[in-house]
Design a protein around this ligand. Sequence first.
Ligand SMILES: Cc1cc2nc3c(=O)[nH]c(=O)nc-3n(C[C@H](O)[C@H](O)[C@H](O)COP(=O)(O)O)c2cc1C
Length: 260
Amino acid sequence: MEFKQVVGDRRTIRFFEPNKPVEPEKIQIMLEAANRSSRAVNADFVKAIVCYRDELSEEVREQLKTPTTTIQLDLAPVAIFWYGDMSFAQGAQDRLKELTDLGALPVTHGWSHAYVDDVAFKQVVEPMSKDQMASTWAVSVECGLAINQALLAAVDEGLGVGLHAFNAAAAKEPLGIPDHWIPMWVLLVGYPAEDRLGGGQRPRRPLSASFYRGRYGNPWEEISEVTEDLRRDGMLQDPMDAERRAAEVRELAERFGLPQ
Ligand SMILES: Cc1cc2nc3c(=O)[nH]c(=O)nc-3n(C[C@H](O)[C@H](O)[C@H](O)COP(=O)(O)O)c2cc1C
């Protein structure tokens, strides 16, 4: 699928085909996409545990639920639990020197082994890693980048995905989570039982509500030809129709015996 179409087709899927297996090959493609995400100091900030639903006991699955993550956890055949590794500074010097030797960090921009040791590590990476708030922020951004790549790769493979909160305290022991990993989100994966386009795109505010040129208060002005091109290429699609969606939800509720 073309990139713009993938971005445009992505929806949070909430009804999965519970018994349609997800190929491990497709999960690997998602993990590779995550592993290719851009990353500071070339570190492996993002960690994930791939769980096939039927390999989790029902008791554990119940405990993992939250007020906003309920039956979707029972429907999705795969749940990928994402974590951030707070020990990212370990080995950072070696990785930066490797990038320097390869020329990814070029000498023209001041990079050398001494610069890695005395400046990049000592003045930037190390102080950040010792500051709880700064390092949590850094790890969370890194995880968001990687998770989003996995999510788009899944859509490209014809899968449905949804990112959700989970009960991290309940997950820690059954999943064997190390103390230096901090919980992010669970990504539910499966084939959609609902319309894979979810009845249309979710409402979003215009670009001018969030994006500015030069300074805050000077909104980005949309170029109408670009907006039209994006519509043609599938990044921008028709919005949801509440009535059609209500009918679909009613049908799915009956099929799965869910409350309405
Ligand atoms: C980081 C993150 C956490 C989310 N957590 C939940 C959740 O706990 N429960 C839920 O039903 N949806 C959750 N969602 C899905 C959002 O509600 C969804 O993205 C929103 O409805 C917009 O729809 P779209 O993703 O289809 O564009 C989460 C989404 C993100 C990105």
